[in-house]
Design a binder for this molecule. Structure first.
Ligand code: NAI
Length: 563
């Protein structure tokens, strides 16, 4: 089957602009939203949304796509953190496939078997439009295709550590965002959890825990399982984008390096986070009137998120004319032992080595701030409240408008709150967090100020979708750089003035279309993928992408009714 056939038939939705929302759908949506809003706890809302999705895919996605600001926190960060901790006791059907340590030798069969059964159900319930426009051959071809697979092994779920098989909630949540934000059909998304055991004693001792009751697989046996999974995915679905999520950092960097050139894949914790944070930094500089090349960034935390961000910022700085080494030297890191520096070279994990600069070792954050004198402080440490009053005030003493991004998730792990950052900087902070915070009214002038949320959902759905649409052979770092720059430019001056740093989350579909087009064009220009027939200009890409998005409110019939 050719790539052109894949891109031109798989995602076709000819009736996209055709059918108005039906009255019955509106009524049931109104009713469902009212029931959702009546629930008081976040976890109840999570469970409700999961059940809604299971029972009525179309209205669920219509609601999520049209009200992401309201609903997304209950399908993803921060609620998904609690959901993963309690996954084994929640009344939710599993909506993904487990590949376990006992599946060695039959991973391919398990993937295909799951897809055959689950896919039929989803195709029947998500709706399909354009009656009579797709012939049987096209339908059966499309039925075989997975556009996006999100895979985790649950070793580092948000900042909550090893949650084993409960990590499935992360893969399930991310594919929901692919559909809601970028319009990838639910039936083209595959959530996967590699259940390789867990070292979380609390879960192992819990009689309700459903994962393998064994210590985490490691070494060659672990690598062999991941390798079989990737080989089988590539053999079965060569153009499927594989997104790695929430692996422990020792495996995350290795796995990415091993597979990044063998097919379309990326690690959202490393690369997606890098793009959203670079976009936040570029938007912040529109407020501070600073130049990127003059920034000095101190990262609190030197894991997947931090190092990924540092590398992408360095890449962006290089574009301003500095060398790679000069750019790396604008980024400093602290890990659990203190400042990453040359004197520690002997005992540093390899991903930190490029950032070990010639600077005196400092053990605590305040001393490091005094030594480095950063313009921006980025928290990716999983240590809640690490940015205390002294730290935040030290940043404010050094900078007229200090840039402070406490990115650790969920909310309990945030290095500081929005309210604290505002209070301790007299409202001068330029702020973005990983989990959402409420707006506050500024004491001095009564103006309502909003915190920005560096939500990866602005980037990964568009990027992954672009890779799938173009049949990209690989996903390179410069695609993330392009997405970050484009995202920052999409933020209006009015939004920047109100402190948002990103476009309104409720316009995420438009944002995703713009970013997808940007990335598709770049993939084609780099020769990594191909454009569909008759698509070459930016305007043609925009039209093509819009017309191929899954649009639940215009999906008026089910595939079942067509067959
Ligand atoms: P990781 O486990 O790879 O890295 C954590 C790092 O924090 C390690 O370098 C560790 O040494 C360091 N650390 C631990 N204790 C410390 C201490 N006391 N002082 C200084 N450093 C310390 O985790 P990863 O993937 O980098 O994620 C970190 C956090 O960032 C998580 O909470 C995650 O949820 C959050 N995150 C936020 C995103 C966003 O806002 N869009 C996206 C991705 C991750």
């Amino acid at each position: 089957m050719t790539m052109a056939f894949w891109t031109e038939t798989l995602l076709r939705d000819d009736a996209l602009h055709k059918a108005p929302t039906s009255t019955s759908m509106t009524r049931s949506m109104t009713h469902a939203l009212a029931s959702f809003r009546a629930l008081t706890s976040a976890i109840e809302r999570y469970v409700y949304l999961r059940q809604w999705c299971r029972e009525d895919v179309k209205t669920f996605y219509e609601a999520l796509a049209s009200r992401p600001r309201e609903l997304m926190p209950f399908v993803y960060t921060p609620t998904v953190g609690e959901a993963c901790e309690r996954y084994h006791e929640l009344p939710c059907d599993v909506n993904g496939v487990y590949i376990t340590a006992n599946d060695v030798g039959r991973v391919g069969a398990k993937l295909r078997g799951y897809w055959a059964s689950e896919r039929a159900w989803l195709r029947a319930t998500e709706g399909s439009s354009g009656k009579g426009r797709r012939n049987a051959r096209e339908i059966s071809f499309a039925d075989e295709r997975v556009a996006i697979a999100v895979v985790t092994d649950g070793e580092r779920v948000l900042g909550l550590g090893d949650l084993g098989a409960n990590g499935m909630g992360i893969s399930e949540g991310k594919v929901m965002l692919y559909t809601a934000c970028a319009g990838v059909r639910p039936s083209q998304c595959l959530p996967v959890c590699l259940d390789v055991g867990t070292n979380n004693v609390r879960l192992l001792e819990n009689p309700n825990y459903k994962g393998l009751r064994r210590e985490r697989l490691k070494g060659a046996a672990y690598d062999a399982l991941v390798d079989e999974f990737m080989r089988e995915m590539r053999a079965w679905q060569p153009s499927c984008l594989v997104q790695f999520e929430d692996f422990g950092n020792a495996n995350a960097f290795r796995i990415l390096e091993k597979y990044r050139t063998t097919g379309p894949c990326f690690n959202d914790d490393i690369q997606g986070t890098a793009a959203i944070t670079l976009a936040a930094l570029l938007s912040s500089l529109r407020i501070t009137k600073g130049e990127l090349a003059k920034q000095k960034i101190l990262f609190y935390g030197a894991g997947e998120a931090g190092v990924g961000i540092g590398e992408l910022i360095a890449m962006a700085m290089q574009k301003t004319g500095m060398s790679h080494q000069q750019a790396l030297e604008r980024c400093y890191f602290m890990d659990s032992k203190g400042l990453v520096c040359k004197s520690r070279l002997g005992d540093l994990q390899s991903h930190k080595v490029a950032f070990a600069h010639d600077v005196e070792f400092k053990q605590d954050l305040l001393s490091a701030i005094e030594a480095v004198r950063p313009t921006a402080l980025i928290g990716v440490s999983t240590i809640g409240s690490a940015f205390d009053e002294k730290v935040v005030r030290a940043m404010a003493a050094l900078n007229e408008r200090p840039i402070i991004f406490p990115l650790s998730n969920p909310t309990s792990k945030a290095e500081c709150t929005f309210e604290q950052a505002m209070r301790w900087t007299d409202g001068k902070v330029v702020f973005a967090s990983g989990s959402p915070f409420d707006s506050i009214t500024r004491a001095r002038d009564g103006v309502e100020v909003f915190p920005a949320q560096a939500n990866n959902a602005y980037v990964f759905p568009a990027l992954g979708y672009a890779a799938a649409l173009t049949g990209a052979s690989q996903v390179t770092d410069d695609l993330f750089l392009a997405a970050a720059e484009a995202l920052s430019k999409l933020t209006t001056d009015a939004e920047i003035d109100a402190g948002h740093l990103f476009p309104d989350m409720n316009s995420i579909r438009d944002v995703s279309v713009a970013l997808t087009a940007e990335v598709c064009e770049m993939i084609v220009a780099k020769g990594l993928g191909s454009a569909p027939r008759a698509v070459s200009s930016h305007a043609e890409w925009l039209t093509y992408i819009k017309s191929h998005m899954y649009n639940p409110d215009s999906e008026t019939e089910t595939l079942q009714s067509k067959l």
